[in-house]
Design a protein around this ligand. Structure first.
Ligand code: CTP
Ligand code: MG
Length: 229
């Protein structure tokens, strides 16, 4: 049964990272970040298709990253959009027929493990939507535009969330439709499902599933890779 489609948004410009090429195409340990990320999905049998949203100027780099990853799962390149949400909205048009679950995963999180993926799939089947999160270590303040504190949410109730975020196909499609109608823009896909009023289950993520955002994250990535081998 191949009933999972994976959407990988890879069309960002990487403004916080800087550098010559966008983050998915930076090499770590000799391979583009995107190749490492693709490999994470080659170990789950149920995946029918990976859909990669890429900006026009990076299509050749994306094709090279797919080839150097050596993955067996089919990968389809589609156009990215102005924001992450737009890239995913476009990729949603290309999911494989018969897809029951959709996983959305940032191209720039190259260390998602098989064990986390399997736990997320199981939980998405049970709850409809499942996302990984870690407890926060800092106290988090909600502030207003003047920097004045509005509230201090109880730390034990907070989670810093990651991708992959996995959803039943009907739920994610409805969430994107609803968001378009209501003009909702959000930084993760689960938020759109929350706006729809569906429950979203947060399960324990993994500390190595980092997102490469700033230049110093490349050092963290090298450290994680060296400790894996
Ligand atoms: N992304 C995308 N399309 C966009 C913007 C982002 O597909 N228009 C992707 C990025 O390529 C990345 C993921 O969404 O894999 C997470 O976004 P982020 O870490 O913010 O990456 P960038 O937007 O590239 O970085 P920055 O915000 O620093 O410019
Ligand atoms: Mg961004």
């Amino acid at each position: 049964m191949h009933d999972i489609s994976v959407i990988i948004p890879a069309a960002g410009s990487g403004s916080r990272m800087g550098g010559d090429v966008p983050k998915p195409f930076i090499k770590i340990a000799g391979l583009p970040v995107l190749s490492h990320t693709l490999r994470c999905f080659d170990y789950v049998d149920r995946i029918a298709l990976v859909i990669l949203a890429v900006s026009e100027g990076c299509k050749t780099l994306a094709q090279q990253a797919i080839e150097s990853s050596g993955v067996k799962v089919p990968v389809k390149i589609v156009n990215g959009g102005a924001e992450r949400l737009d890239s995913i909205r476009n990729a949603l048009q290309h999911i494989a027929p018969g897809t029951s679950l959709i996983a959305v995963h940032d191209a720039v999180r190259p260390f998602v493990g098989r064990e986390l993926l399997l736990r997320l799939i199981e939980s998405a089947e049970k709850y409809g939507s499942s996302i990984p999160g870690l407890p926060v270590t800092d106290t988090i303040k909600q502030i207003d535009n003047d920097g004045l504190v509005i509230s201090t949410p109880l730390r034990s109730s907070l989670r810093s969330v990651q991708t992959p975020q996995i959803f039943r196909t009907d739920i994610l499609k409805s969430a994107y439709k609803h968001a378009a109608l209501q003009g909702i823009r959000a930084t993760d896909d689960a938020s759109l499902v929350e706006y729809l009023g569906h429950e979203v289950k947060v399960i324990e993520g993994t500390p190595e599933n980092i997102k490469l955002t700033y230049p110093e994250d490349l050092q963290k990535a090298a450290f994680i890779l060296n400790n894996k081998i």
